[in-house]
Design a protein around this ligand. Structure first.
Ligand code: BDR
Ligand code: CA
Length: 300
């Protein structure tokens, strides 16, 4: 499992930062990081991706993705949670490295074409880059092992009563990905609400290393308001390392592109739709204790 070749598409983002950190510290084979607009604008998420990799001492190419959704512009970002800089005000040094000279979709294409093995795509933000790849290079889809997504919610949303942030930010892209021919595994709020880390344990760990200190500081605003912190973007990473801690079901899930409920997920059809074949694998349960143990062990 750890040998899979992985691309992480991300919009850092404080929980994206934690996810990138635990992905690297878990020994995942990350070949490329691509950036997308989301928690803050694309310029800032891209600088943040470079900052995080340099901070962690990892030389992984970063390709800049798209600055906006395919069709829908909700006009909000996540800066009220992640800070205007996307890193909660944490003073991570500015990067010396630069992005590669290909945009995300082209960098993914090149990687796939040059690779003898299939590639796994991990999406921690809006699905715009991945949807574009699917539409532009359909002949390469059989070289994608799996698309692992943090996004969506079958229960309550976190942007409004119906939608989760990442599917809300680009509902059309999410629909393209969910309905693609690729194996898609989705970690929505239904399970990521239980992917928790205790603020007290982060506090106890903070002097162990520069990484544990960064984790405590970057999550500071979140810690002030919560005893248990939801580590949404680390859920797909945990799955790649420890799939056995999740229960996953095959489901048919539609993504609403209706302007009244953009990005809301709908399942459990009982009308003429009921015979629809499952289009995704959807995580329904996690062993929260094992998740937290794994996360803390990799935040040093
Ligand atoms: C998702 O929204 C973003 O703010 C987080 O980084 C995460 O990807 C959770 O709904
Ligand atoms: Ca994210």
């Amino acid at each position: 499992m750890l040998k899979r070749k992985i691309v992480i598409d991300t919009d850092p983002g404080i929980d994206d930062t934690i996810a990138l950190t635990v992905a690297i510290n878990s020994g995942l084979n990350i070949e490329l990081v691509t950036t997308v607009f989301g928690n803050v604008n694309l310029e800032q998420t891209t600088i943040n991706a470079l900052r995080i990799l340099e901070f962690l001492g990892k030389d992984i190419p970063v390709a800049k993705g798209v600055p906006r959704a395919l069709f829908f512009d909700p006009g909000i970002d996540g800066s009220h949670v992640h800070g205007v800089d996307g890193l909660g005000g944490y003073p991570m040094p500015y990067p010396k490295t630069k992005v590669v000279d290909q945009v995300a979709v082209e960098a993914i294409k090149d990687l796939i074409e040059k690779s003898e093995e299939n590639i796994t795509l991990v999406a921690l933000g809006a699905l715009t880059n991945i949807a574009l790849f699917i539409k532009i290079y359909p002949h390469l889809l059989d070289k994608i092992e799996e698309i692992v997504v943090m996004g969506g919610s079958l229960g309550a949303g976190n942007v409004n009563s119906a939608a989760e942030f990442n599917t809300f930010k680009d509902p059309h892209a999410a629909k393209i990905v969910f309905d693609s021919s690729v194996k898609v595994t989705v970690f929505g709020l239904d399970v990521t609400r239980f992917c928790l880390v205790s603020s007290q344990k982060l506090e106890e760990n903070k002097n162990k290393s520069k990484v544990s200190s960064m984790a405590r500081e970057i999550l500071k605003g979140y810690i002030e308001e919560n005893n248990e912190l939801m580590m949404h973007d680390s859920a797909p990473i945990a799955y790649l390392v420890h799939p056995e801690i999740f229960d996953i079901e095959d489901k048919y899930i539609d993504v609403s592109t209706d302007e009244r409920a953009p990005g809301a997920l709908v399942s459990g059809f009982w009308t003429k739709e009921k015979d629809k074949k499952p289009n995704v694998r959807f995580a329904v349960n996690v062993d929260s204790k094992k998740f937290e143990e794994w996360l803390l062990a990799n935040l040093v």
